[in-house]
Structure formats: structure tokens, C-alpha cells
Write a protein that binds this ligand. Sequence first.
Ligand SMILES: C[S@@+](CC[C@H](N)C(=O)[O-])C[C@H]1O[C@@H](n2cnc3c(N)ncnc32)[C@H](O)[C@@H]1O
Length: 286
Amino acid sequence: MSSDSAAVPDPPRLLRDWQYYLREQLRIVSDQPEQEARWLLAAALGRDTAALVRDGLTPISSGERARIASLLAHRRAGVPLAYCLGEWSFYGMALQVAPDVLIPRPDTEVLVTCTLEGLPERARVLDLGTGSGAIALAIAVARPHAEIWAVERSPAALRIARMNGVTRAPQVSWLQGDWYAPLDADLRFDRIVANPPYLREDDSHLPDLRHEPREALVAGPSGLECLGHIIAGASSHLLPQGVLLLEHGADQGAAVRTLFDGAGFSAVQTRHDLAGRARVTLGVGA
Ligand SMILES: C[S@@+](CC[C@H](N)C(=O)[O-])C[C@H]1O[C@@H](n2cnc3c(N)ncnc32)[C@H](O)[C@@H]1O
């Protein structure tokens, strides 16, 4: 089959031809149009990508055509691929996502890896601002005997997190509310972990992130508001020798270390991602 889009009928009839058609249509929004075409087509048809090859000569029904056209229109309008597909990969899991939750980022896998270092099998872990449940679930899958709590302010996001947890981690306790507020006063944790909102209100990246929930991204005028609140409250919720681990912006490492020091944490250090950017700061509670 030629890769020339002019040779493809519009709209195509066979599944195989839709792949070429979508690839050409996606070039304006994607730098990997071939991959995206396969993923979108598989999602619209409810099949896996292997079936696209196997069933290439199958005609597409009018209902299927409508679903493909709708996904394509969303994607061409700039909706992130993850929202179009309805799921996204994080730490080896395919998590359900929707515009109510931040799309889990590879950067956050650094935070999970740091949290798992030396984490006992039966540790008690708190994930604040769980969103899709990505961090809590990655830890729960790696430490099936750990007790995990996950807090989220947005009820819509928490519904998605619960759904993601149903089969892979029924042991996670999902709580709705504001940071530490929904926790029993006497609960103490070995690890508190969070990827809170940390962008400033005027961050220049916000227009590119317009499809994701603003309350998942923006902390306030300085960008440090949520990080500061979580750091200030952590020691009352940590067990002795318990550790707080926070993801933050690449340019916030020094400011976050100062907040940890000010709250009496010891052994404060910042970890970097593979590109050498400061992404996670951690410390042992006071
Ligand atoms: C940057 S997102 C992180 C989502 C997820 N943990 C991840 O890493 O993909 C921050 C999350 O914190 C939640 N959040 C914001 N303010 C909150 C608050 N006051 N209490 C609890 N959760 C909050 C947002 O709704 C959002 O889901």
C-alpha cells in the first residue's frame, strides 16, 4: 500500500485504509502520527492494535465510522491523546484517565521509585492529591502488603482513582477532602508522598495544559503554596523516622529544601530525573 494519502479514499471503507487516512489527518497535531493512528483506531473500535493488522480487510460500519470521526475531531482540536484514548500508561499500568484528572507523567515515576527505595513490605503510605490514583496504585502494586491511603479533593477525580484501584489494589483507602483533613487524627505513616499542584498562576506553560484541570496544576501566586502546606503538616502525620517525598518543578529544588529545613526535617535531599532536572525533594520528619 502506498503511503501517499491522495490514494486513500475519503472516507475509507476498510479498516486498513482508515489507518492511512488517520495518519495523514493527525500530522497537524502529532509528531508520531502513525502510532497515534493505530492507538486511536484501536480505541474507537474497542480492539487491540494487533487486530488492526489481522482484520485489515474488514469493512468499517457506520457506527464505527462515527466513533472514529469523533475521536479524530477531538484529537485534531488539540485534546491530549490520553483523554482521547481514555487510558494512559504509568509505571507499567494502563490507568483510566479523563479530563477530571491530570494525565500521569513519566516525571512522576521518579517519585514512585524514590518512595519504593527501602520501603518495608508492610509500610503505611499516604498519597496526597492522588488524581488518577497513579502514585498510590504504583506503590500498592509493588508492595501488596502495604497499607495505603490516598486523599483527593476532587470527587470526580477520586471516582476515577477508585475505578483504577478496583482490580489492581483493593487494599487502598480512598478519602475525599483537603490534604490531611479527612485523616483520623491518630493515623501515622512511614511515607507521605505527593505530586501537588506547583505551577504559579502566571506560568507560561498553562495555555499548553488548558485541557487538564487547573486545580491539579496551579498552586497560587508563588507556586509553592501546596508544597508549603503539605510540608508544614507532615510531621504530625509521620511515624518516627517517617519520610516525606514531594515532586516539584525543576526550578523549585532550593526553595523546597528551605521549606523542609524550616519545618525541622533532617537528611533533606533533592533527586533528579534522567535529564538531570531536580524533581523530588525528601526528608526525614522532625
Ligand atoms: C499534579 S496533580 C497529581 C495527580 C497524581 N497524583 C499524579 O501524580 O498524576 C495534583 C492533584 O492534587 C489535587 N489537589 C489539589 N488541591 C488539593 C487539596 N487541597 N487537597 C487534596 N487534593 C488536592 C488535584 O485535584 C490533583 O488531582
